[in-house]
Design a protein around this ligand. Structure first.
Ligand SMILES: NC(=O)c1ccc[n+]([C@@H]2O[C@H](COP(=O)([O-])OP(=O)(O)OC[C@H]3O[C@@H](n4cnc5c(N)ncnc54)[C@H](OP(=O)(O)O)[C@@H]3O)[C@@H](O)[C@H]2O)c1
Length: 261
């Protein structure tokens, strides 16, 4: 199946590593022009070398918790590629922790990362997406919005606001043909999951491997995900091939979420 991504212009925020980088890789392979972005220029440089395809790839450093950086990311994209068709509002995840161990500053930081970054990016992108023939927005949340995890109260709480935002925008922006969906990833092997496993090992006085094995045993596929498995699902959802898929919260989690809906 042709996803119809050829010559679509995509911004993937938070994409020097992990899920964002894997998504950029799939989009590039499908013929899209892709902007990768993150805070650290050295990380971005390394990612660009890994991706190759310099004619269709641009790197723009941006901290998506800063409104001015989000505005700059979108403006520079349109200046370089003349249009914008796809926005993926990824960012690094919030810190682990429980209610009694987290400060107001940590809550504020998590709200900036996991919620407000979406507002800044979508607001900046909207005028350009309205002009696209194949516009779509993808937010990246977590399966924890459906099945909260212990010691992850920031993610469990704040990402639900992004789910509400995603669904609301799928109603509001339909008049412009803009589709808005979210992926709810679960336990996919990235630097973030490495750090979370190390944190769990410390709390439980166990080891990284023991934590990985115990979580994997709770996943029906009996393993953690590969970032490319997320990347392929993301590329489909934002592509013209998914032209009637709107307002969907798609778990890409190997089935760890145990509910029916
Ligand atoms: N992997 C999973 O299993 C899983 C499961 C559920 C939810 N998620 C969520 O999905 C998102 C991506 O996960 P991941 O595993 O790919 O994370 P990751 O391995 O930590 O990668 C995060 C990426 O975002 C960039 N980034 C971090 N903070 C940023 C900021 N303020 N502005 C712009 N870029 C920023 C990082 O690069 P720089 O450091 O260079 O900025 C990096 O490229 C996270 O929100 C995560 O919590 C992941």
């Amino acid at each position: 199946m042709d996803l119809g991504l050829n010559n679509n212009v995509a911004v993937v925020a938070g994409s020097s590593k992990g899920l964002g980088l894997a998504t950029a890789k799939v989009l590039l392979a499908e013929g899209a022009k892709v902007v990768i972005s993150s805070r650290d220029a050295a990380n971005l440089h390394k990612a660009a070398e890994n991706l190759g395809n310099p004619d269709n790839l641009l790197t723009i450093p941006a901290d998506v918790t800063k409104k001015e950086d989000c505005d700059g990311l979108i403006q520079e994209t349109v200046a370089a590629f003349n249009k914008l068709d796809i926005l993926i509002t990824n960012c690094g995840g919030p810190a682990p922790g429980n209610f009694e161990g987290l400060s107001d500053a940590q809550w504020d930081e998590a709200i900036d990362k996991s919620f407000k970054s979406n507002l800044y990016l979508i607001r900046a992108a909207l005028p350009h997406l309205k002009k696209s023939e194949t516009p779509s927005i993808l937010t990246v949340t977590s399966f924890t919005t459906k099945q909260p995890l212990p010691n992850m109260i920031l993610s469990n709480s704040i990402r639900s606001a992004t789910i509400g935002l995603t669904k609301s925008l799928s109603f509001e922006l339909g008049q412009y043909n803009i589709r808005v969906n979210s992926i709810l990833p679960g336990w996919t092997l990235t630097d973030r999951v490495d750090a979370l496993l190390a944190n769990r090992a410390e709390i439980h006085h166990s080891s990284y491997e023991a934590e990985k094995a115990s979580i994997s045993a709770d996943i029906p596929l009996n393993r953690m995900g590969d970032p490319m498995e997320f990347g392929r699902a993301a590329a489909f959802l934002v592509s013209p091939a998914a032209s009637f898929v709107n307002g969907v919260m798609l778990n890409v989690d190997g089935g760890i979420y145990k509910g029916i809906y």
